[in-house]
Design a protein around this ligand. Structure first.
Ligand code: S3P
Ligand code: PEP
Length: 431
């Protein structure tokens, strides 16, 4: 049965060291590329969570042979680009990193597939990806609303289009899906991005993982990416998953708000994840940050109080939610800008964040693509925070307890999407 709520006690300090769970973005990319590659891959430190389970389940349904190899390691037997099962029904939960790339890959696989998810997944757009795939001859139907899952993918005769255009202003996962899938055609393809690409650093994660699996795509600014002819995914043998930089944000913010130092291990200066830039954002708020190749540490500002901020956060949409909570602890009104994509994620995050911050006493102005947050003199105690089946809402609002108030988190189990033991880890650093 679902636990209905979790009462978090007030805390005044945060201090300690935490080994991060694996990156969701890297785990799901690495699993799919390992499944498409020639040769076996040993994936180390894979994230264990709902989103990754959706990808693992889907691969198993498609008869991709993978095994748990102890600890957080998994061995995947590559298929050389041909999944054995040509007819399948796949439930992908609310995992964007499973749904979008699998749509693109299966559209080129020559089989009949149905892809669906939780009700919210059926409200998250996918039309721009379907439009792009149709340019190479893919046959995809919408089962319900035009532009949204569920999808029915049919076997199709692909054409030899040399250029594919995809919109980039709703989700970067559409471009990511195309990039991962189009090498399967074996032809040179130029992907052109229409509109301003959002969440750019996630595309660099995709390109970095593709490179590890032997496919070097050439990115020309953010307008176009060229895929070479005769590309093949080849297993690197071993593939290491970094710690999750978005999950790191809650603990780094805790250090910045609650004294610190708090150190996270598993991501650092050498990370391929764009969300490590959250540490730079915290620094702009006055926090003291130190970094090694594989760790980041955060401490409160010298003054003890975070500075108010006005930041464009398009490059770190997930970690940006953590900054909305930091705004509660800042020395004046703050603004989070260029975050329109929040509206089509696990919930409408702009609206959800505004509603729940107000319960803590903040004055919040909500725009189409921004939030303006004025912190209260003191946080309102005993707020019951709705989480909207959004893991990040649940994780973010634990930080409010650093204001010395008890907070009730509704449906705390929703953190399982990316961080199942989040609250146990939280209790280790917050006192
Ligand atoms: O490609 C990825 O791994 C992701 C891309 C981002 O989505 P958008 O590109 O839709 O902003 C991010 O919010 C999501 O959690 C993970
Ligand atoms: C937006 C998110 O997930 P998804 O990969 O489902 O898009 C997220 O984890 O914040």
């Amino acid at each position: 049965m679902k636990t209905e709520f979790l009462d978090l006690p007030p805390v005044s300090t945060a201090r300690g060291t935490l080994r991060l769970p694996g990156s969701k973005s890297i785990s799901n990319r690495a699993l799919l590329l390992a499944a498409l590659a020639e040769g076996d891959t040993l994936l180390h430190d894979l994230l264990s969570s709902d989103d990754v389970d959706r990808m693992l389940d889907a691969l198993r349904t498609l008869s991709v042979d993978w095994q748990h190899a102890g600890g957080d390691d998994y061995r995947v037997r590559g298929t050389g680009g041909h999944f054995p099962v040509r007819k399948a029904d796949l439930f992908l939960g609310n995992a964007g990193t499973a749904f979008r790339p699998l749509t693109a890959v299966l559209a080129l696989m020559g089989g009949e597939y149905r892809l669906h998810g939780v009700p919210r997944m059926h409200e998250r757009p996918i039309g721009d990806l379907v439009d792009a795939l149709r340019q190479v001859g893919a046959r995809i139907d919408y089962e319900g609303n035009e532009g949204y899952p569920p999808l029915r993918i049919h076997a199709a005769r692909l054409n030899d289009a040399a250029v594919v255009r995809v919109r980039g202003d709703v989700s970067s996962q559409f471009l990511t899906g195309l990039l991962m899938a189009l090498p399967l055609t074996g032809r040179a393809v130029r992907i052109e991005v229409e509109g301003e690409l959002i969440s750019k650093p996630y595309v660099d994660i995709t390109l970095a993982l593709m490179r590890q699996f032997g496919v070097a795509a050439e990115r020309q600014g953010w307008q176009a990416i060229e895929l070479p002819a005769n590309a093949r995914y080849v297993s690197p043998g071993d593939c290491y998953v970094e710690g999750d930089a978005s999950s790191a944000s809650y603990f780094l913010a805790a250090g910045a708000i609650g004294g610190g130092p708090v150190r996270v291990e598993g991501v650092g200066r050498d990370s391929v994840q764009g969300d490590v830039a959250f540490a730079q954002a915290l620094e702009q708020l006055g926090a003291r940050i130190t970094m090694g190749p594989n760790w980041i540490e955060a401490q409160a500002p010298e003054s003890g109080r975070l500075s108010a901020f006005d930041l464009d956060l398009n490059h770190i949409p997930d970690a940006a939610m953590t900054l909305a909570i930091c705004a509660l602890f800042a020395d004046g009104p703050s603004r989070l800008r260029n975050i329109a994509s929040w509206r089509v994620k696990e919930t409408d995050r702009i609206s959800a964040m505004a509603t729940e911050l107000r319960k803590l006493g903040a004055i919040v102005e909500e725009g189409a693509d921004y939030l303006a947050i004025t912190p209260p003199a003191a946080l309102t105690p005993h707020a019951a925070i709705g989480t909207y089946d959004d893991h990040r809402m649940a994780m973010c609002f634990s930080l409010a307890t650093l204001g010395g108030v008890p907070v009730r988190i509704m449906d705390p189990g929703c953190v399982a999407k990316t961080f199942p033991d989040y609250f146990a880890r939280w209790a280790e650093v917050a006192a």
